[in-house]
Design a protein around this ligand. Structure first.
Ligand code: 5IU
Length: 465
């Protein structure tokens, strides 16, 4: 009996693998239940698991600067590997502290460090991906993950889609073979489990509205918008000018299927934290909408770079899109584009060309011409405009129009409204930015659906002419 076989048998004996009929969290009845948490009570087994993982790491020549275990079972395993093989460890908090430094990643790291993720079991790969997202958000590279046990339910492919290579010590097939050979289970039980695994392959993520997440982390934003509009049938951007991020998170879960974009102002939030904004970002990935921080940058290049990447908000780490005034000249766009070059997800901006408020100084032809000119050099990063009319015949630029209400003409502070039909048909809007018409309504979800339907119907009617 070799070492690894010996370990598998021991794991069976301590009931880390159980066979029978088990109801999983998802409600599915499974013939196998795997729970590696028990190994913490058996120091020799725990060490053996870590040693076998390290052997795979040695063999696969993976290079890394640090190790991050996915809570909880993988944490003691990661600790052993770190101490035995002299590698620094990082820990990803499950929730940020609400006192002191609100860090999501604990431990010392440098930008572009490479971190290896350690997990005990992989099913769909979602926990590994969540950990990778948090590390990547801090500028840490994640290219490899190692698991002790792969349930062979498509986790390796799901991770590959996120550019993570999966290394593993054992597959379920190997465990079953070993247990049959060592007469712990019968061939029949093994066949049942294999059949169950075949029939229960995972996809990332299983979404409420049936839309499978696109590889949103690598698709250019412009293209993402086009696909979202067609797949989700929506050209609605919800403008959530609420002061609680918790409330925005809850709302975004409810209206996620109805919107193509969520616009926020991070500087009006009284409960902002990197952890919460990461949560919102995850929701935006799950429901496939773009996240727009309406920052309205308007300073010299050096300052906007700092405003974009530093401070409490670190906007560049989470916002797919930001808004920009080009009043300081096109250097502002160059500076912003430069700031996101090291971020491994697509980023873009919308140039503010015309405003909806009464007496806006942007209502000037020369000004608007100047804005359009700024797109020439930066047409990858600039994906479109915030405008009140169609500015160019080049359809690659997305026109987003705020100041939308179905039955109101304005507010007391200069806001001027048009209806969705007027915005799309009359003014050539691609995206409707709707705020208080939805957030002040009695039933936000229902109202959101109404704006989605109205907006998309008008768009379709025009398209079919
Ligand atoms: N917004 C405008 N008009 C503009 C620009 C931005 O209303 O010209 I540039 C923002 C302000 C607010 C949202 O966040 O769009 C509109 O909110 P209401 O739909 O609640 O008016």
């Amino acid at each position: 009996m070799n070492n690894l076989e010996d370990l598998v048998v021991k794991l069976f004996d301590i009931e880390a693998f159980k066979f029978g009929s088990f109801k999983l969290k998802s409600g599915i009845q499974s013939p196998i239940y795997i729970d590696l948490r028990v190994i913490i009570s058996y120091p020799d087994i725990l060490r053996s698991v870590a040693v076998h993982m390290n052997e795979i790491l040695q063999r696969s020549n993976v290079t890394y600067d640090s190790i991050c275990g996915v809570p909880y079972t993988a944490l003691p395993i990661a600790s052993i590997i770190c101490v035995d093989y002299k590698k620094p460890m990082l820990i990803r908090r499950k929730e940020t502290k609400n006192y002191g430094t609100k860090k999501l990643i604990e431990g010392k790291f440098n930008q572009n460090d490479r971190c290896l993720i350690i997990e005990d079991i992989v099913t769909s790969g979602s926990s590994v991906i969540e950990t990778a997202d948090s590390l990547r958000a801090e500028g840490i590279q994640v290219t490899d993950a190692i698991v002790f046990f792969d349930r062979q339910q498509n986790g390796d492919n799901n991770l590959k889609e996120k550019n993570i290579r999966l290394l593993r010590v054992l597959t379920i097939t190997q465990v079953l073979e070993c247990l049959v050979k060592n007469k712990r289970i019968t061939q029949e039980v093994s066949n049942d489990v294999q059949e169950f695994i075949r029939q229960n392959q995972t996809e990332l993520p299983a979404l409420k509205n049936g839309i499978i997440e696109m590889k949103s982390s690598s698709i250019p934003i412009r293209q993402r918008f086009q696909t979202i509009r067609e797949e989700k049938k929506t050209n609605l951007c919800l403008c959530a000018d609420l002061t609680s991020l918790d409330e925005i998170i809850e709302l975004s879960k409810q209206v996620g299927p109805n919107i193509c974009m969520l616009k926020i102002h991070c500087d009006i939030l009284n409960d902002f934290s990197m952890e919460k904004i990461q949560q919102l970002k995850n929701i935006s990935r799950t429901f496939n909408f773009l996240l727009l921080e309406d920052r309205k940058f308007a300073d010299i290049g050096n300052t906007v770079q700092l405003q974009y990447t530093k401070g409490l908000f670190q906007i560049a780490t989470w916002a797919d899109l930001v808004t920009v005034h080009v009043l300081p000249g096109e250097g502002i766009v160059q500076a912003l584009e430069q700031s996101v070059q090291s971020i491994d997800e697509p980023r873009g901006c919308l140039l503010i060309a015309q405003m909806s408020s009464k007496g806006a100084l942007t209502n000037n032809e020369d000004y608007v011409k100047g804005v359009i000119k700024c797109t020439e050099k930066y047409s990858d990063y600039v994906i479109g405009f915030i405008s009140q009319s169609r500015l160019t015949t080049d359809n690659k630029f997305i026109h987003c129009t705020p100041g939308i209400h179905l039955n109101n003409t304005g507010d007391q502070l200069g806001q001027q409204y048009v209806t969705p039909r007027q915005a799309i048909d009359g003014r050539g809007a691609d995206i409707l930015i709707v705020g208080r018409a939805i957030t002040d309504s009695i039933n936000r979800i229902k109202t959101c659906e109404e704006y989605q339907q109205e907006g998309y119907n008008v768009y379709e009617q025009l398209r079919n002419i």
